[in-house]
Design a protein around this ligand. Structure first.
Ligand SMILES: [Zn+2]
Ligand SMILES: [Zn+2]
Ligand SMILES: [Zn+2]
Ligand SMILES: [Zn+2]
Length: 314
């Protein structure tokens, strides 16, 4: 992990660090190389910074990073030793006792060992309090950042599950449609075949009736052409004897070609409803399941006077 005082660009300790308005710092030289059209996008937070000529002034020098680098190098403290000789013997400017005095690094006054210890204790208390407060806030922010991304990761997992569900649902629908189609097509094929068979049967009936008609024509022809009345009387008698049989037979044909027994199939397509939509609906909810605020207004102590977001990293 990059350290707080490491430049994101050159990966070295910040050299003459400048702090952007987003509170992320980079070496002055590194930053200047990255500026294009007086514009730079912070590689850490993605904030776009414009009008840099004005904002990258000495006012934006990162004093915190400079302090941490100095602290780590130990260089400013290397000359200070515990057994440095007392500078003067005089009255302590706090307790007025005359003894060995050394200047206090806190207030610069010449103090005795006891008074210097007192100042040390009071300084230490303040520093401890400040560090504890910064540490608490930092830890809270780390927890928030983690919770935010954990919740996002969870949502991504949910979206992936929804993706699979949508895909499975559509596959099921397609399969069901296909199965329905197969059943319907088979039924229609069978019906077409049955109708064709019925046509063939009825056609044979019709042909048989044509033969009947021809036979009747023959009978009528015979009657018309016969001149002998005695023969006609015999013919009439024979016809009237066979007519009921003929009528019976026609009745049987009539029964078989009755249109009243015919059936028809009707297809009623089901319209695609809005309720049984193909894949359902994706609705956005603002109820994000994480105890993280959308802004850091719950941490007023971290807000700088301009109200822009700020971060403290130790
Ligand atoms: Zn750099
Ligand atoms: Zn930034
Ligand atoms: Zn003293
Ligand atoms: Zn002091």
């Amino acid at each position: 992990m990059e350290s707080f005082v490491q430049c994101h660009y050159c990966k070295k300790d910040l050299n003459n660090p400048l702090e952007l308005v987003c509170r992320h710092s980079y070496c002055t030289d590194c930053l200047k190389k990255e500026i294009q059209n007086d514009k730079i996008i912070c590689p850490i937070c993605g904030t776009e910074h414009t009008a840099l000529a004005a904002s990258l002034s000495s006012a934006s020098q990162d004093k915190l990073a400079t302090y941490v680098i100095g602290l780590n190098s130990g260089e400013p403290y290397s000359v200070i030793t515990d057994d440095a000789p007392a500078t003067i013997v005089a009255a302590c400017s706090e307790c007025r006792n005359t003894t060995d005095l050394r200047p206090c690094f806190h207030c610069g006054k010449p103090l005795c060992a006891d008074c210097r210890t007192k100042h040390y204790e009071s300084q230490k208390k303040e520093v401890d309090k400040s560090i504890t407060s910064l540490m608490t806030t930092t830890n809270e922010l780390i927890v928030l950042a983690q919770a935010l991304n954990t919740s996002r990761t969870g949502r991504i997992q949910e979206y992936k599950t929804i993706k699979e569900q949508v895909s499975t649902h559509v596959k099921d629908l397609v399969k069901k449609l296909h199965d329905d189609e197969q059943v319907l097509q088979k039924k229609l094929d069978a019906t077409i075949q049955a109708e064709n068979e019925k046509i063939a049967v009825t056609e044979r009936e019709r042909q048989y009736l044509e033969k009947n008609k021809a036979a009747l024509d023959q009978v009528m022809e015979k009657y018309r052409n016969e001149t002998n009345q005695m023969i006609l009387i015999k013919m009439h008698k024979d016809y009237l004897d066979s007519a009921p049989v003929w009528k019976d037979r026609l009745h049987a044909h009539a029964n078989r070609i009755s249109t009243k027994k015919e059936e028809e199939l009707h297809f009623h397509p089901i319209p695609l409803g809005t309720n049984d939509g193909l894949v359902g609906k994706l609705t956005a909810s603002k109820n994000v399941n994480v105890n993280a605020p959308s802004n850091d207004s719950h941490l007023p102590s971290l807000k700088n006077p301009t109200g822009s977001r700020s971060c403290i990293i130790l």
